[in-house]
Design a protein around this ligand. Sequence first.
Ligand code: PGA
Length: 257
Amino acid sequence: MPIEAMRTPLLAGNWKMHCNAAEARALASAIAEGTAGLAGREVLVAPAFTALVATAEALAGTTVRLGAQDCYWEDHGAFTGEISPSMLVDAGCTYVIIGHSERRQHFGETDYTVAKKVAAAHEYGLKPIVCVGESLEQRESGKALEVVEKQVRHGLVELPEDGMATLVVAYEPVWAIGTGKVATTEQAQEVHAHIRAVLQSFMPQGMSDRARILYGGSVKPDNVDELMACPDIDGALVGGASLKAESFVRIARFEEN
Ligand code: PGA
């Protein structure tokens, strides 16, 4: 069996700050309908906090998973405005996106906070999707691999060994997010292979072959097949194209060629 066959592809929709509860319910239902019976892959949607419960209700009895877009690392307490991992579990989440570049850019997220959130998410039974990726300037100065390696090493420093088996990393070059500029398959595969090598350097034997590495940044129906054909690309984290059921369903129905 090829190594990549051990990894179930994950197609995740990051709805960002879109969709009220009624819109989320309708979108989730349409995605569930369009992906029903689809074997050999996992499909996930991550709505805003306020739409989590409505989305969970719409997804009940389907195979589509629910995730959140962020969490805090404490379980409860005087942390106005924050949401804990256990609250996300309570709302029906099984995954949580951590360290998205928009949170790093606009909300002061750092590798330090990412590391704390990743460990807390795991402790409460959520699977973290840890986002990494270089800026355009960093890519142009030849630092992409170095930047991504540092984010991976520092972001995972508090994750215990038993959390590594279910780890998902999302490589999202900042210059490709929401810009329509997708990384070439060569650029993406190069970084994904490097991330896997970095994981291999500190994970127990064989485990880095099981960790899934998603690509994100302008994934669309017309580029997903090519991206998914790369040996180290195990899924996609999709923003804009996940807000329309038709395009996200097509992405989830990718064909490896
Ligand atoms: P995009 O966003 O697909 O709209 O580029 C991806 C992301 O930010 O996760």
